[in-house]
Design a protein around this ligand. Structure first.
Ligand code: AG3
Length: 283
């Protein structure tokens, strides 16, 4: 199905359900590096990046994911200056982080430089100039090793990874989250993608139990991304204190108004609601 000569890109997240996206053009394809990478054009979703057969991001709905990874922790914290992004080579999370004037530095540690290069070439709207922002630092390295060895402290760590298959497996481990905790500032926060729990229950459940063991405040929150099929995408939250999650709604609203940028998904109301989980996600 994923043969480039085919007009359809098929994704199978669950053995008895297939999602297909119509391909109008294949812009890049490589199976020779760390992972199977494809970027293709579609009539409805714009350009799409898929890694190892799984849709990572599409131009049409990427904001539903990247805004929630960045704005929920940044506006809850209130004073994020140093941000670290693990993965996220397409630049979408980076773009949203750098919308905040309070951020002095955003470091991205991406294991696969090809993802950065080809996204910049074929999907430049994803990063929208963020890779050229003077506050941005790119490190091509293994995030697992970086968090173990760095001497820096961060107010926010965003883990924008693939699911735990291939190069991301180690990002879903106690050791990685302990190392992240150790490089966070006192009120620092880590957020991470933890799968669409309806079909990736182990990923969401495992993330929550790991975060609960390691952080003073741990939770899952949700966002709705149309091309991540099967419903809510869960995002994990871990913080060394519960200060950020105790921020009241009026403060969140006023911080958002002050930040003064337009969003496609995030609103202060969504922020207030996104930690409310359906009963099937009460792990
Ligand atoms: N990373 C999260 C992809 C999740 C795919 N899983 C799924 N559809 N259930 C996206 C990277 C975008 N910056």
């Amino acid at each position: 199905m994923n043969d480039p000569t085919n007009r359809w890109f098929a994704e199978t997240l669950h053995g008895s359900y297939e999602q297909r996206l119509e391909i109008s053009d294949i812009l890049y394809r490589s199976k020779s590096g760390l992972q199977d990478i494809i970027i293709f054009e579609t009539p409805f979703f714009g350009k799409v990046l898929a890694l190892d057969g799984i849709v990572q991001t599409t131009e049409r709905d990427e904001a539903c994911y990247h805004e929630m990874l960045a704005h929920v922790p940044i506006l809850a914290h209130g004073d994020v200056r140093e941000a670290l992004i693990i993965g996220g080579g397409d630049g979408g999370a980076l773009r949203e982080v750098l919308r905040h004037g309070s951020v002095d530095r955003a470091t991205m540690v991406e294991i696969d430089h090809t993802v950065v290069d080809i996204c910049l070439e074929h999907m430049p709207g994803l990063s929208d100039g963020a890779f050229h922002d003077p506050r941005f630092d790119l490190v091509i390295a293994d995030g697992v090793k970086f968090v173990k060895e760095t001497a820096h402290k961060f107010d926010l760590i965003i883990v924008d990874s693939t699911d735990p298959i291939g190069p991301s497996v180690q990002l879903f481990s106690d050791e990685f989250y302990t190392d992240c905790r150790n490089i966070l500032t006192d009120d620092g926060i880590v957020v991470c993608q933890s799968g669409v729990s309806f079909v990736q229950e182990e990923e969401a459940r495992g993330t929550l139990s790991r975060l609960t063991k390691i952080y003073a405040d741990a939770a899952l929150y949700v966002t709705q991304v149309p091309t991540y099929s099967f419903g809510f995408m869960t995002l994990g939250w871990g913080a060394n204190s519960n200060r950020a999650r105790s921020t009241d709604d009026a403060t969140i609203r006023s911080r958002f108004e002050k930040a003064s940028f337009a969003t496609k998904y995030y609103t202060p109301e969504i922020h207030a609601a996104c930690f409310a989980l359906p009963a099937y996600m009460r792990y």
